[in-house]
Design a protein around this ligand. Structure first.
Ligand code: EPU
Length: 332
């Protein structure tokens, strides 16, 4: 059931050709027992492959999460509790909720990847983060070979961050989630151009999701057409002192105050200002409609993307004194 020297080319949205020493398609919980023999070796948990950069071949076991299923496990007058297998596709889940008129995921429409990646990355878009709809996460603990339940607060969600990503990378395999969805929507329209995109049409869960999908399609390249992994860097968070210095020089710079007094900057804007947008170097490049997205124009090696990312990082430090951290996970 474990295969060896398995190609990962079709399994990563950057379309990088690399191999896994060992590969397991995890489509039943029974197969978790196969992991025992691999406890001492590096484990890589693969979902939709839309947020990884393969720097080379993988030595160790790649566990491809394909645990499926959707089950309504509870409801009351306000909420719906939906259990979803981690191997389900995120966008299919969003469409399923739209069809049932359950609210909560509409701003998160069209995010590539699998359901299991949502808590790891705390995926977010258009003013909403996954943490807001998360009720429970069930995950297999590879260290103690047992199932664990994480309540929302146990997940320690942050901006594109969680306990699964930063405290225990590779230790937990997310098997299923319970989402807490609303019967009555609470619309979140303050971000970017959502209101503009909605225009005069009556508000509904579907109208918001469709507006988000139109905005995303206009800016973000479809990985099937132009391989990429979405935002390559996180938006940097800086102090008010650094912000004021930058604003003195760039009064129009977008910035978003955070709850802790710090300020989030737009990495895409910084990269765009530094004239990287649309640049092409060999097989790799910076997308011409969203500078935060690095693309593979065909046949790129992981190393070439890393080199481009490092060149951008150095340039942004030089020009703005700001460090950009990758949002994409590097393998290995
Ligand atoms: N901007 C530019 N030039 C660019 C790109 C952006 O000037 O080339 C400016 C925009 O005009 C805007 C600001 O930068 O004023 C922010 O841009 P945008 O609204 O496109 O969002 P973002 O900060 O670049 C983040 C997420 C995206 C998410 C969008 C919408 C991160 C790292 N990225 O991008 O998430 O879809 O907001 O909510 O937080 C992802 O994580 O893979 C991802 C695509």
């Amino acid at each position: 059931m474990i295969s060896y020297q398995h190609s990962l080319k079709e399994l990563n949205s950057f379309g990088i050709a690399a191999q896994a020493e060992a590969y397991l398609a995890l489509d039943t919980l029974a197969k978790l027992s196969l992991l025992r023999d691999w406890r001492e070796r590096p484990n890589y948990i693969l979902g939709g492959g839309s947020n990884i950069l393969l720097r080379g071949d993988i030595s160790g076991l790649v566990i491809h999460n394909q645990l499926k299923g959707k089950r309504l496990i509870g409801q009351d007058k306000d909420f719906i509790y939906l259990e979803v297998g981690a191997g389900e596709n995120w966008q299919e889940l969003v469409l399923y909720c739209l069809a049932n008129n359950w609210a909560g995921l509409e701003n998160l429409a069209l995010i590539p990847g699998s359901v299991g990646a949502a808590p790891v990355q705390n995926i977010g878009a258009y003013g909403v983060e996954f943490s807001e709809v998360c009720h429970l996460v069930q995950a297999w603990d590879c260290k103690y070979q047992e199932m664990r339940k994480f309540e929302q607060e146990d997940c320690r969600f942050g901006y594109r961050d969680s306990v699964f990503k930063s405290v225990y990378p590779g230790r937990f395999i997310i098997c299923s989630l319970v989402l807490k969805l609303r019967r009555q929507p609470v619309f979140r329209l303050e971000y970017g151009s959502i209101r503009e995109e909605l225009g005069e049409q009556p508000l509904s869960i579907r109208a918001v999701a469709e507006a988000v999908m139109r905005i995303r399609r206009a800016k973000l390249p479809d990985p099937k057409v132009l391989p990429n992994a979405g935002s390559f860097f996180k938006n940097p968070i800086v102090s008010k002192v650094i912000l004021d210095k930058l604003l003195a020089q760039y009064p129009k710079m977008p910035h978003y105050p955070q709850a802790d007094g710090k300020v989030k900057l737009a990495a895409g804007w910084l990269i765009d200002q530094a004239a990287w947008k649309g640049k092409k170097i060999g097989a790799v490049g910076v997308h011409d409609r969203q500078a935060l997205v690095l693309v593979n124009h065909g046949g790129a090696k992981g190393k070439e993307i890393v080199q481009l990312a490092e060149a951008i990082q150095q340039d942004i430090v030089k020009k703005f004194g700001v460090n950009l951290e990758p949002e994409v996970n590097y393998w290995p």
